[in-house]
Design a protein around this ligand. Structure first.
Ligand SMILES: [Zn+2]
Ligand SMILES: [Zn+2]
Length: 420
């Protein structure tokens, strides 16, 4: 493989980014117009428009609200670049001039605020910046780039929906797939990566603990599902601490518990929502079996009706393909400088980008620094924790984050698509 001339990297690294102000305006627009998972209608339209302007052949409504732009430029491999499109049901509290004031109705009919608290607006802006650079420097690369705007990353359903809708059959199947995710604790100007297993598998489960309702003053005539649910929440933790091999990472979190309507009424049921995380498929199966077994056993022990235990969305672990990582990291180092590339540990966070490895496609997602270096240093000195992703207070330092993201992604893509 031939690398583009060093001068190119110097040009990418040193030149003020083409139309940086326009990209910042795009970021602010996306930030102040967030949309929830699978409802990214306007966002998807805007991304489609940007890809068309860059000369890509654009298809919309792929996997509901997904968008695909194919940019062809002669012979060569096919590289997929992915951004996610969706925001979160959070009321923004950053106080930024362009903060979101959007409210909407969620799937359960509740009114919720909407905020890009996971940086997908930064991902989209870097994605558009990369498309613009590649469109205006066609002499610097040869091959095909498939730009994928994926819906519903937060619900872990968008990648599956796009693949089911023919992402790898209706469009050129990629030889490589790349993605960026922002980091809340990494300095602007830097990227970080994990070689191999990087993010955990995630499974959502719903449990309905059933009882027999009645008067709060006469528990002897009822089966109290609130007492059962309380016992179950604690008992579930022993699956991780007493059943799973301690050398194999696992998490069981009950993130939501709802039951009852009034002080003196014992309700009929209590509803729990769980997320479970692991890296190994056998550990995932062990967690699910344990949750089902303990839920049923508890009902039996209390003469309660059988519970309902449902497995909803799930996504496999994201494993950055080691040989592909080894190929891309030198490009990142040349574009940003060796000292701006860090290796980080895997997390129990999850992503559905792992599904882009379907059919053996090598994948690599790297993290993008978004916090001013002085702020990171101050937090470290004071022992403070910076607002995490999904916090109402998270806000990236947009301009340098976008500049670094575009440089990194552009360098990675053109190295994979050398001019013959
Ligand atoms: Zn997120
Ligand atoms: Zn995210």
């Amino acid at each position: 493989m031939r690398f583009p001339a060093l001068a190119l990297f110097v040009a990418i690294a040193a030149a003020p980014m083409a139309r940086a102000d326009e990209l910042l305006d795009l970021y602010k627009h996306l930030h102040s117009h967030p949309e929830l998972s699978f409802k990214e209608v306007k966002t998807s339209e805007r991304i489609a428009e940007e890809l068309r302007k860059a000369g890509a052949e654009v298809t919309t409504c792929v996997g509901k609200t997904g968008v695909v732009g194919v940019l062809k430029n002669g012979q060569g491999p096919t590289v997929l670049v992915r951004t996610d499109l969706d925001a979160l049901p959070i009321v923004e509290q950053t106080g930024l001039a362009f903060a979101s004031t959007v409210t909407t109705t969620d799937d359960e009919g509740k009114s919720v605020g909407v905020m890009h608290a996971c940086g997908h607006d930064i991902h989209m802006t870097c994605f558009v910046g990369t498309a613009r650079w590649l469109a205006t420097h066609r002499d610097r690369w040869s091959g095909t780039v498939v730009f994928v705007g994926q819906p519903a990353e937060e619900k872990i359903g968008g990648a599956k929906a796009m693949l089911a809708d023919g992402l790898y059959t209706r469009f050129p199947k990629p030889d490589f797939a790349l993605a960026i995710h922002v980091a809340h604790d990494l300095e602007t100007g830097k990227v970080a990566y994990t070689r191999g297993p990087a993010m955990a598998s995630s499974t959502s489960m719903d449990i309905v603990v059933r009882g027999r309702g009645g008067h709060g003053a006469m528990p002897q005539n009822t089966v109290d599902p609130i007492v059962l649910a309380a016992a179950l929440v604690l008992d579930l933790q022993t699956i991780v601490s007493r059943e799973v091999n301690p050398l194999h990472p696992a998490v069981v979190t009950v993130g939501s518990i709802h039951g009852g309507s009034k002080h003196n009424i014992i309700p009929n049921d209590v509803r729990l929502q769980l997320t479970i995380r692991s890296y190994r498929p056998d550990v995932r199966a062990q967690l699910i079996e344990g949750i089902e077994r303990k839920s049923k056993a508890l009902a039996d022990a209390h003469k309660a009706p059988a519970p309902q235990v449902l497995i909803n969305d799930d996504t496999p672990a994201t494993i950055n393909t080691p040989t592909f990582v080894d190929r891309v990291v030198p490009s990142l180092k040349r574009a940003l400088g060796d000292t701006n590339i860090e290796v980080v540990e895997p997390t129990m966070g999850a992503e559905d980008f792992g599904l882009f490895s379907t059919g053996g496609v090598p994948i690599f997602m790297f993290r993008l620094g978004t916090i001013p270096p002085a702020r990171v240093a101050e937090a470290t000195t004071k022992g403070e924790t910076l607002p995490s992703l999904h916090s109402a207070l998270y806000h990236p330092d947009a301009a340098p984050s976008i500049e670094t993201g575009v440089k990194a992604m552009t360098a990675a893509v053109i190295d994979l698509l050398p001019v013959k």
